[in-house]
Design a protein around this ligand. Sequence first.
Ligand SMILES: Cc1ncc(COP(=O)(O)O)c(C=O)c1O
Length: 374
Amino acid sequence: MTTLLRSPVAHTTAGGRVFNFSAGPGVLPEEVLQEIQQDVWDLRSSGIGILEHTHRGVVFDQVIAEAIEDCRRLGGVPDDHEVLFLPGGATLHFAMVPMNFLPADGVADYVDTGMWAHKAMREAAKVGAVHCAFDGTKNHYTRIPADSEIQQSAKAAYLHYCSNNTIFGTRFDAPPATSAPLVVDMSSEAFARPHDIARHAMMYAGAQKNLGPAGIVLAIIRKDFLERACQNLPVMLSYVEHAKGGSRLNTPNTFGIYVMGRVFKWIERQGGLTAMERLNAAKARIVYDAIDVSGGFYRGHAQPECRSHMNIPFRLPTPELDERFVREAEASGMANLKGHRDAGGVRASIYNAFPVEGCRLLASFMGEFASRHG
Ligand SMILES: Cc1ncc(COP(=O)(O)O)c(C=O)c1O
């Protein structure tokens, strides 16, 4: 039998683990991971672990009710929005959004600010008519458009945007101005700062970055928007049916819902979304400063005014140095810094649960690496 042993590294998290810069599945709070270990064995003194509890029993009733309540309180979700836990990962919702909300005679506007936004638009085009309201490929996804640059259709069924560009590291400061119903893919920054949910007809987010494990999606949908949804879809593809079934249309990802609930509670303990935003901004600043003081040795992809606080992609002078940087960082206890396979370079993903110490370690490593190779 082979065992994967990690060589001892000089720097670790408070819990003795490596600093994980993965873009997703990403780092979860160590406190939550410890609670999970206990609850896998025995949840709420029921004598049964979370993985084994029926989704129709009283214990899981409490788990899901609490997760919804905590999500509402923490996220400032208005009463006229449904909170749903759905299957499929965000990619399924690239197709479900138009299947539910794009009528045969309608058009949906898409703001293309990155690879995920682009994929969402391509999926929608298989379902109905889409209009690319802003084409970010022309600026290599380095920036977010001003409202005046978004060419909206006269009567769009909805306008879709992706609030944080995981691959190229840009983000919308505020939702685009529109009179169309707003739909947002918030996968890589859900609950990393306060969100104006009331302005959105729908938000959805794959959980695996800020909220929990992969394979489950948090969706928040305004009830009057839901009323417009196509009524004639297979049940698993219908938001209306999922809402009617209370996110338990079939056997849901009970573990994912449970973990999200624990993460909501952890975020509240950190001071809520305003505190989270402050902390995330401070963490991002540490890494961006290391880029900015390097005299051009490190080049960030995003234009400075559009910089993401979650994902920081950058390049060194050559692809060989990119590779060497990632390798040496790994040996110092910093894992998963390789850029996205389609973007190359280096990418530091520093989600909610990523410790500030890891950002400091990265910044000091960047300074030291640049002085050796600059
Ligand atoms: C912004 C964004 N949207 C969608 C996705 C796809 O998510 P999933 O793999 O859950 O389908 C990702 C994955 O990284 C993402 O970052």
